[in-house]
Design a binder for this molecule. Structure first.
Ligand SMILES: C[S@@+](CC[C@H](N)C(=O)[O-])C[C@H]1O[C@@H](n2cnc3c(N)ncnc32)[C@H](O)[C@@H]1O
Length: 299
């Protein structure tokens, strides 16, 4: 790769990391409440993931990548999936919340840094877990290389990420609501974001230019290709917990309650989403998962 281009990519990655740090530091204290997250949910998530994993999703040392407020790292340690679980995140604010929550649990520790340069030796972890971190990384393949490096041979990594196939359906839903004549600036700006991500996927400069920490909505093919480039030969996709067949209704409720002072559009959007759930919710969820769960096995 030419030197100038390489230097530009490094600079872009640093800028993107800064955007993430500022965003998640700002959101940290209200993050769990805002997204309805808790260690309880992740206690249930682990057996759900284990069912789909071809080998034990457990071991002596576990890494929770982009751990946020630490729920998954906490559950790994407290449910016996790991003797020691390490949550790792670029946002000091997020890890501060995580540390506070797990202060009583010495088997759960946290470190701050970027997944494109994980500060642990090769072949350290038996298992790596995570949730929704990869789409924040401009050069996502660099993160996957690092995950491959720090996993022990025979180890497994699993995490969920937004996927393009499901989001096309979200785009369709939102356009249907617009077509129904509901004026909604929230929906418009969200649609702008979805279209931007779709049109510019793979164009690192354009993705970096977008002023949000979210940088990708991956297609299955893109995830598979990146994981293979990072060294994983054995890759599979599964279901991510948290997006139930009733997802559409809740999704619309969240989206619409985010827009103050529009009770009519809220009512209309909710009834439309309820109807969509009734008619196609389950089918749509099976056919178009919004997040997919990756399982990456290291030889
Ligand atoms: C959408 S949040 C998910 C948090 C948590 N995993 C959860 O599911 O609640 C994404 C997390 O990835 C972290 N993150 C973003 N870029 C990162 C990077 N380069 N290295 C490590 N963590 C990063 C953010 O700070 C944030 O906590």
């Amino acid at each position: 790769m030419q030197r100038a281009l390489q230097a530009r990519l490094v600079l872009m990655s640093i800028q993107s990391e800064q955007t993430n740090i500022e965003h998640f530091d700002r959101e940290a204290e209200r993050y769990d409440e805002q997204f309805n997250l808790s260690v309880e949910i992740d206690r249930h998530r682990l057996p759900f993931l284990q069912q789909q994993c071809r080998q034990p999703l457990s071991g002596r040392l576990a890494l929770d990548i982009g751990c946020g407020t630490g729920n998954l790292a906490y559950a790994m340690a407290s449910e016996g999936f790991a003797q020691v679980s390490i949550g790792f995140d670029i946002s000091f604010g997020m890890t501060r919340v995580a540390r506070r929550k797990t202060a009583h649990l010495s088997s759960c520790q946290f470190a701050v840094g970027s997944v494109v340069a994980i500060p642990f030796a090769d072949s350290t972890f038996d298992v790596a877990v995570g949730s929704a971190f990869l789409h924040h990384i401009v050069r996502a393949v660099d993160a996957l290389r690092e995950i491959y490096r720090v996993l022990k041979p025979g180890g497994v990594a699993t995490f969920n990420e937004p996927c393009a196939e499901g989001y096309r359906f979200v785009e369709f839903l939102l356009r249907s609501i617009q077509d129904a004549g509901v004026p909604d600036p929230g929906i418009e700006s969200y649609l702008d974001y979805l279209v931007y991500m779709r049109v510019h996927e793979g164009d690192i400069e354009a993705l970096e230019a977008y002023p949000l920490p979210d940088k990708h909505i991956f297609s299955f093919a893109a995830l598979r290709a990146m994981a293979a480039e990072a060294g994983f030969k054995d890759i599979s996709f599964g279901l991510s917990m948290g997006f139930s067949p009733n997802h559409w209704q809740r999704y619309m409720a969240e989206l619409l309650t985010a827009i103050p002072g529009q009770p009519e559009s809220l009512k209309h959007g909710l009834s439309l989403a309820k109807r969509l759930d009734e008619i196609i919710g389950k089918t749509a969820f099976d056919a178009f998962p919004i997040h997919t769960q990756l399982f990456l096995y290291k030889d």
